[in-house]
Design a protein around this ligand. Structure first.
Ligand code: ADP
Length: 196
């Protein structure tokens, strides 16, 4: 064991029995990112895996409290979220990141900052009409009324991922099926096994 640089990622992963990774859920508001991140976390927790949900709620109140919703601030928000996710993955944790993250360049930058294979992009692909009908937080109604500026897919663009590791049509698939697909991807990608 090389302890010259302290405890390394591989040692943590070996102890955990799985690899660190960043599962990055992207999609419109109401597409199911938060729901799936927490549902996957529950399954991972039951299986004894180390995992953590990162989302707008826990980052925007603290680390990103100085940022708004302009294109520039959204990019910076995602950069900080990506850096945080990367640190947690290096700590051997499976990060479940749920951010609208509307711009390809921002998500690609997060991917590029992480070791190859760490970034697993999951597109929660749900038509705007369905998200708007769900209107989980009442934000679409407010956005249509002009009360929320720069709302994704209403008054601000959303760029769908070009090559996501997984694409889930959450308007057609049930939550349980989506969770199984994410877990299958983690198994297939070797995340749920200790490093060799
Ligand atoms: P987001 O985090 O993307 O804004 P939420 O997870 O808060 O979205 O809300 C998604 C809503 O859609 C929830 O009410 C959830 O129960 C529902 N839903 C229906 N089918 C699915 C699915 N397959 N995956 C995720 N959520 C779904």
């Amino acid at each position: 064991m090389d302890t010259s640089k302290g405890i390394g990622r591989q040692q943590r992963e070996t102890r955990n029995g799985h690899r660190g990774a960043v599962v990055w859920f992207t999609g419109l508001s109401g597409a199911g990112k938060t729901t799936l991140a927490h549902a996957v976390q529950e399954r991972l927790f039951e299986a004894g895996c180390q995992s953590y949900v990162l989302d707008g709620d826990n980052l925007r109140q603290g680390l990103c409290s100085d940022l708004g919703f302009s294109a520039q601030d959204r990019s910076e928000n995602i950069r900080r979220a990506g850096e945080t996710a990367g640190l947690l993955a290096d700590a051997g944790i499976i990060v479940l990141a749920a951010f609208i993250s509307p711009f390809n360049a921002d998500r690609d930058r997060v991917r590029a900052r992480l070791p190859a294979g760490d970034f697993i992009e999951v597109h929660c692909d749900c038509p705007l009409a369905v998200c708007e009908q769900r209107d989980v937080k009442g934000l679409y109604r407010r956005a249509r009324a002009g009360e929320v500026a720069q709302f994704t897919a209403i008054s601000s663009p959303y760029e769908a991922p070009l090559h996501p590791e997984l694409s889930l049509d959450t308007s057609r698939l049930g939550i349980a099926d989506c969770v199984e697909q994410v877990l299958a991807r983690l198994r297939g990608g070797g995340v749920l096994a200790p490093p060799r």
